[in-house]
Ligand binder design. Structure first.
Ligand SMILES: [Zn+2]
Length: 357
């Protein structure tokens, strides 16, 4: 007893006389707590755009000196248990070729999982994720980003599901023929009748309905129509940053009542109002540079790839002051306060965004 008291006293004295030591101990405590949590929890990231890099740049996930945000060594270092790879096709892609592009993206994810079968394994169910995690591997999953990619045919949803797709984001940055996007002018007042059928078909298949990117009214309609909980695979809190595709507190509460989950996006322009404002000022210049490069390549019969477009954006945004990664925690805290811890997760948007500190 006495020795315990003596050591406690010693600790106290050390704390008082050595702030550095105290800080180090706090860090050590935090690290050991993190280790304990990570030993029990499965870290799932519901959104990364890395398949674009795999397809257009021949990027290999095993690359130990990867220039991108997602790689197997980085996922291992981050104790990731499961990663959803986004099957995203830009909204201006030729309409008759959307499905082909999606299939090409699914193919490269498939190839990577086969090539790195010691680290990655496809998961089709929640039980698969648990089993793969226990086996010491990272579960790979896919989500389609943008309802335009089904080319207005419900049967394509069935096909995507059979190929392993487990969520679909109803829109990307433009309205589809059946749903309004937060990045566009309202056209359908949310979901059309066909849009509601899309949601019900997804429910029937067991494919999660993802409302990241959609207009507020589309969100309302999806919550009302869906018979299963819905998700926001990569969205943050509008109360902290006025991005129209972030969720308001009211939406967070509705999502919680629905049993759904919001997975917080790590993109500076969805997290930090100062960054968003500064970016808005140089955005016309950036868009002009991107479209000049797009036109230049079009004259040679080529297309500006997403990784190359992103390079232009990253270079031009280098001068902007990026927020600390701590704002991600602020958004998580806010969402937990409003929706409850059971309804908040991580949706990094890695390799799909151009500014993360
Ligand atoms: Zn997105």
């Amino acid at each position: 007893m006495a020795s315990i008291r003596r050591s406690t006293l010693l600790l106290l004295v050390l704390t008082m006389t050595s702030p550095l030591l105290a800080a180090e101990r706090t860090r050590a405590e935090a690290e050991s707590l993190t280790k304990k949590v990570l030993a029990e929890a499965i870290v799932i990231d519901t959104h990364a755009d890395t398949p674009q890099m795999m397809l257009d740049e021949g990027y290999d996930l095993g690359d130990p000196s990867s220039p991108y945000m997602i790689s197997i060594p980085k996922m291992r270092a981050g104790h990731e248990g499961a990663q959803f790879f986004s099957i995203w096709v830009p909204v201006d892609w030729p309409a008759e070729d959307l499905i082909h592009r999606a299939l090409d993206l699914m193919d490269v994810v498939d190839e990577q999982v086969v090539r790195h079968s010691d680290s990655l394994e496809f998961a089709s169910t929640a039980d698969d994720v648990v089993r793969i995690h226990r086996a010491g591997k990272i579960a790979a999953l896919m989500g389609v980003e943008g309802g335009h990619i089904i080319e207005n045919d419900l049967r394509v949803l069935d096909m995507y599901y059979r190929l392993g797709v487990r969520y679909m984001t109803l829109t990307h940055t433009k309205n589809t023929a059946w749903a309004d996007s937060s990045g566009d002018h309202p056209r359908w007042n949310g979901l059309t009748d066909f849009g509601k059928q899309v949601v019900l078909r997804m429910n029937r298949l067991g494919m999660m309905v993802d409302i990241s990117h959609v207009a507020d009214k589309t969100f309302e309609d999806a919550v009302e129509v869906s018979k299963a909980p819905i998700i926001a695979s990569h969205s943050s809190c509008r109360a902290l940053c006025p991005a129209p595709r972030d969720l308001t507190d009211d939406m967070l509460r509705q999502l919680a009542r629905n049993g759904g989950v919001v997975d917080i996006n790590f993109y500076s322009a969805f997290l930090d109002p100062q960054f968003r404002e500064a970016q808005a000022k140089i955005l016309p210049k950036i868009e002009a540079a991107v479209s000049a490069e797009r036109d230049r390549l079009a004259k040679q019969g080529q297309r500006l790839s997403y990784p190359k477009e992103n390079e232009i954006r990253v270079k031009m945004e280098a001068e902007l002051v990026k927020p600390s990664y701590r704002v991600i925690a602020d958004h998580i805290d806010h969402a937990v306060k409003v929706a409850g811890a059971d309804h908040v997760g991580l949706g990094s948007d890695f390799d799909g965004v151009d500014a993360i500190q």
